[in-house]
Design a protein around this ligand. Structure first.
Ligand SMILES: Nc1ncnc2c1ncn2[C@@H]1O[C@H](COP(=O)(O)OP(=O)(O)OP(=O)(O)O)[C@@H](O)[C@H]1O
Length: 708
């Protein structure tokens, strides 16, 4: 038996022995017959799971103690099975390994056994499937031939073989060519696809890294960092389901647009339970998509905001009463504004979080009053005074108004007032920074950069445990934290994320486009994974954050200490060689430390460069977009600074394949053809890193449109 080959994993019993005299059509028929067998078996399993689920529901009516728990476990297992089988229907069987010793393994999107409990299909994440991704001609791991099987629905359409042991050539026919290049050349649809059938060895190593500790995956544009991170989530869920499904996996990406783009990958791998959030969504109740100006973003993301916010929460809330008047035995006693300010400061010496300090505030007011009352009424008992005054309606009404419950949203809006912000930022922020930040907080929506500030304020203000994002929805049973019941989870999939944005006990946190997180964003993300394992993927050269060292420090503080595993991806699978060589030549003088991968695919189509007068820009963009829609089968992206969008949008043709996006929004995305509008302007506004992102989004055609 070759290396870890294990007869229980062999699928040779379900296919005829290899025969070198078979034609390619006959080979296709062999794989089709095998796939049909797997689908038939899946149908039987599905019916069984369905019957189990129904009997599980009947069980619900039982009133025996413990029946509810049993029912849930039962329904949960049956529902999971159905869910897996439904989602895996497309191209269920995608790989086959023929070993030197004659063993055969079929690899698929999930594991399936036949009625005699013999293996029919091995889950791609199982150790037995690893050689499918890791074996090479130099280190064949006992594999003689690797076969990638491409299907459309249940129909096997194409086979692509790779002979790893030349000596097996007379035994094993080799047909088709390059599954990887075929996959890369396919049109883009606006939704990222999974790559289970063509994961490359260096990617596979990162996917299968241990879940605990930190995994850092670096690599230049298009090297598969995002897609690898998503497959890693699926791998972790498979490998330790109770841990990762129980406490959850959080996946963070830069924008809502991006989250929608990657949103189908995990479901297509049969995994629905990871929580996907964009950076603008991590504060429950706010869905920010607007980006601040680079100047405002740089201040709001910097750690200087921590002391500023701490100061802000201690300020006197606006519209609070500035005098307390109380009558005691016919005499009127008052606390005026400066005295009230002193009382407020004293309260904060005892309890820093205002929303936890109301009782303390009441006590401090009574003490301050008592100091005035005592000399006038020396016979009055302090306890009687406190009881009497402290229970009066007028006192309690004052306390409610003077020490209101504060919401992060209200406190952050205070900072729109430059006087308040100046007092909080004194000695920490420069004058122009105060003005820029105050100005950015006018308006009635929130920016992506406001979200970590709201999250920080939530912690500084203090919140009740019941607000901690659980809302009583997640409870624990059988060592697994679950949504209220299994069927809620599998049959009511209306929710986009399974866990509330405030949930903080994730077992694993995956951060994509990590080079862009500001220190304040790292704090927000860090709170959600204090004892989690982490996977961080990014490319420093593509960063839009101006102070990389500060961000690195923020990242170091966010992630718990522990073992770090590092992986580097070296091949660009997105851009054609022509597009990437152009982008790399542009980047080299501007971003000398850029990590430049090797693009694996040539198209023969050079990058085009055109120029236009300012007043003809929109017409020119529209004409280019129209032309490119005719030239590529898939998607076209127009990337332009957002202040040009309204003009451009008016003249662009309407087509579902066409997107108009800002440079920051384009992060992580790709189109078959891209028009980069006024690249120099993008570089001036956002920096070279973002302009480099724009140049590396096209899979086939890139047109630069500059201003004369
Ligand atoms: N092994 C593979 N097989 C097929 N396609 C792949 C493979 N690896 C990557 N790709 C494809 O290459 C493209 C780029 O991948 P991805 O977006 O994950 O790269 P990235 O490193 O995150 O890029 P960037 O940093 O530029 O945003 C995607 O279309 C992805 O599906």
């Amino acid at each position: 038996m070759s290396n870890d080959q294990d007869s229980r994993q062999d699928t040779g019993h379900a296919v005829p022995a290899p025969d070198p005299s078979r034609t390619p059509e006959e080979e296709l028929a062999v794989e089709q017959a095998f796939a049909d067998k797997v689908y038939r078996r899946v149908t039987v399993l599905r019916d069984e799971a369905d019957a189990n689920r129904r009997s599980g529901y009947d069980h619900k009516r039982a009133t025996v103690p413990g029946a509810q728990y049993e029912r849930d476990v039962f329904v949960y297992q049956a529902a999971r099975r159905i869910s897996d089988l439904d989602s895996q229907h497309e191209g269920l069987v995608f790989g086959r390994l023929d070993f030197d010793d004659g063993g055969i393994r079929h690899i698929g999107r999930l594991g399936v056994r036949d009625e005699d409990y013999r293996t029919l299909l091995i889950d791609w994440r199982a150790p037995a499937a690893a050689p499918f991704y890791q074996a090479t001609a130099y280190d064949s791991q006992g594999v003689a031939r690797r076969r990638v099987i491409r299907s459309f629905g249940q129909k096997v359409e194409e086979i692509s073989d790779d002979l790893l042991n030349e000596d097996a050539a007379d035994r094993l026919p080799v047909i088709g060519d390059g599954a990887l290049l075929a996959a890369l050349g396919r049109k883009r649809t606006g939704r990222m696809r999974d790559i289970v059938a063509t994961i490359q060895a260096e990617q596979d190593a990162a996917i299968r890294a241990p879940g605990r500790g930190s995994t850092i995956i670096s690599g230049g544009p298009g090297t598969g960092k995002t897609v690898v991170a998503l497959h890693r989530a699926a791998y972790l869920l498979y490998q330790d389901r109770s841990r990762y499904e129980g406490a959850g996996i959080l996946i963070i990406g830069p924008s809502d647009f991006f989250m929608r783009y990657i949103g189908r990958v995990l479901p297509s791998l049969g995994e629905e339970t990871a929580s996907l959030y964009s950076l603008g969504d991590l504060y429950a109740g706010v869905q920010a998509t607007r980006q601040d100006t680079p100047d405002a973003a740089a201040v709001k993301g910097s750690p200087v905001m921590i002391p500023v916010l701490k100061h802000l929460v201690r300020q006197t809330p606006p519209d609070t009463p500035d005098e307390l008047r109380i009558t005691v035995q016919g005499d009127v006693f008052t606390l005026d504004a400066p005295e009230l300010a002193m009382v407020r400061a004293r309260v904060f010496e005892k309890e820093g979080r205002p929303n936890h300090a109301k009782t303390e505030a009441g006590r401090a007011l009574l003490i301050a009053l008592w100091r005035k009352v005592k000399p006038v009424h020396p016979d009055l008992e302090p306890a009687k005074f406190s009881r009497d005054v402290g229970s009066r309606g007028e006192f309690l009404t004052f306390l409610d108004a003077w020490w209101p419950r504060l919401e992060p949203e209200n406190v952050l809006r205070w900072a729109a007032d430059p006087h308040r912000l100046r007092s909080a930022g004194e000695g920490r922020m420069k004058r122009h920074e105060i003005e820029t930040v105050a100005e950015s907080l006018h308006g009635d929506d929130w920016s992506v950069q406001d979200v970590p500030l709201l999250d920080e304020l939530r912690h500084l203000l203090g919140f009740q445990d019941r607000d901690r994002g659980r809302k009583g929805r997640i409870k624990s049973w059988g060592g697994i934290q679950e949504l209220s019941t299994a069927q809620d989870r599998y049959y009511d999939r209306g929710e986009r994320s399974l866990r509330d944005a405030f949930y903080e006990d994730y077992a694993h946190v995956i951060v994509d486009e990590a080079q862009d997180l500001s220190p304040m964003q790292w704090r927000m993300v860090g709170r959600r994974g204090r004892s989690a394992g982490w996977t961080v993927v990014g490319d420093q050269a593509q960063s839009s954050w101006p102070r990389p060292r500060q961000a690195e420090d923020g990242r170091g503080r966010a992630m718990p200490r522990g073992k770090t595993h590092r992986f580097h991806l070296s091949k660009n699978y997105r851009n054609s060689k022509e597009v990437f060589e152009y982008a790399a030549a542009w980047a080299e003088p501007r971003l000398p430390e850029a990590d430049l991968p090797e693009a694996v695919r040539e198209t023969g189509i050079p990058v085009e460069s055109e120029s236009t007068m300012g007043d003809e820009l929109t017409i020119h963009v529209a004409a280019l977009a129209k032309r490119l829609l005719g030239e590529v089968e898939g998607t076209v992206g127009v990337v332009a600074a957002t202040d040009r969008h309204s003009g451009i949008a008016e003249t662009l043709p309407f087509d579902e394949r066409l997107n108009l996006v800002g440079p920051l929004e384009s992060k992580g995305l790709e189109w078959d053809a891209v028009v980069a509008v006024d690249l120099d302007g993008i570089e001036r506004l956002h920096g070279a890193g973002v302009a480099y992102v724009v140049l590396t989004r096209a899979t086939q055609r890139l047109v630069r449109l500059d201003l004369d």
